[in-house]
Design a protein around this ligand. Structure first.
Ligand code: IMP
Ligand code: MG
Length: 172
């Protein structure tokens, strides 16, 4: 693919911010065991870095959803590809996502997980694009607020490519 990628948030800055988030989350959930639920595949890099920096006991589980649509925009219809491995009833759950855009994905995932009666259910996202919101989603924490640009790297893809870039870039 012949595209130009310009750095929006450099590797060091991303990692520094995630370490800060991990510290704050460890404080917020002090004395508790936290289940981190990653939404595949975009959240994997963020979740790994976050989990490594947390100082409270954590467990991991994953859910996989894909939205029908083109490479740059979902149409809001979610397909569930993989459910969690284990029940979440009575547990403190933190949903971990790469980016909050229109809000359609997270609002639907949250609704489904709420029906399973977790003790608590909160959401963190690495990136937040508030200018694109169609459905309101309550966030516990966002890493960075970004402008309305299509970004790749650190888990985020364009047609499944560029997830492994260690920084956040903008497709020109
Ligand atoms: P939402 O349902 O519109 O909030 O979209 C969330 C999903 O759309 C994310 O999990 C990403 O997979 C994808 N997405 C939204 N914006 C971007 C972007 O700028 N780059 C890559 N993927 C994006
Ligand atoms: Mg995604």
């Amino acid at each position: 693919m012949d595209v130009n990628i310009e750095t929006l948030i450099g590797e060091e800055e991303v990692n520094r911010r995630i370490a800060e988030m991990a510290e704050e989350l460890s404080r917020l959930y002090e004395g508790k065991e936290l289940k981190l639920v990653g939404i595949l595949k975009g959240s994997v890099f963020f979740l790994s870095e976050l989990a490594k920096r947390m100082t409270i006991p954590v467990t991991l589980d994953f859910i996989s959803v894909s939205s029908y649509g083109n490479a740059m925009e979902s149409n809001g219809v979610l397909k569930f590809n993989k459910d969690l491995d284990d029940p979440i009833e009575g547990q403190d759950v933190l949903l971990v996502e790469d980016i909050l855009d229109t809000g359609r994905t997270l609002s639907q995932v949250r609704k489904i997980l709420e029906t399973r009666n977790p003790a608590s259910l909160k959401i963190v996202t690495l990136l937040d694009k508030p200018s694109r919101r169609l459905v309101q989603v309550d966030l516990l924490m966002a890493g960075f607020t970004i402008p309305d640009k299509f970004v790749v790297g650190y888990g985020l893809d364009y047609a499944q490519m560029y997830r492994n870039l260690p920084y956040i870039g903008v497709i020109e």
